[in-house]
Write a protein that binds this ligand. Structure first.
Ligand code: 9YT
Length: 134
């Protein structure tokens, strides 16, 4: 069994900040824990917009604080998100995430991410270590 505390992750290499400063992600469970997913406690800073496109991962995002919205770019649909809302990117949807207030999200990625990823120019994370093993 593994037990970790958020306070033990803050300001370590498991605490990753977006290149453009929109979010910071505290990565509680990572790919090298070998359980098939990663689990992050993520802060989205108020007033920010992030273009995200996880082409290689499924992500579930459970908002526990704050409010904002997600816009899927293929159709312009807008989904208001507030504490208690979950969204699941089960179609690798390209989307904007906009935080009206500071949002706190519990994020689950399948496959798990390796730990140091920040978004590339498309808003994607590269495929995880499981794709690079041979
Ligand atoms: C909600 C979302 O996707 N935010 C971007 C950061 C990412 N979820 C992460 O690595 O924690």
């Amino acid at each position: 069994m593994i037990v970790r505390k958020l306070e033990d992750i803050v300001s370590t290499p498991r605490h990753v900040k977006a290149n453009d400063g929109q979010w910071e992600s505290r990565r509680l469970i990572l790919n090298d824990d070998a359980v098939g997913f990663s689990l992050h406690d993520t802060i989205i800073h108020a007033g920010t917009e992030t273009l995200i496109w996880y082409k290689h991962h499924i992500e579930a995002v459970y908002c526990i604080e704050g409010e904002g919205e997600v816009e899927t770019t293929e159709n312009g649909n807008i989904y208001p998100i507030a504490a208690g809302s979950v969204y699941l990117l089960n179609g690798n949807e390209r989307h904007y995430l906009r935080a009206k207030t500071t949002m706190r999200m519990v994020c689950v990625f399948n496959p798990g991410i390796t730990g140091q990823e920040t978004h590339d120019a498309d808003g994607a994370y590269r495929p995880g270590a499981e794709f690079n093993s041979n």
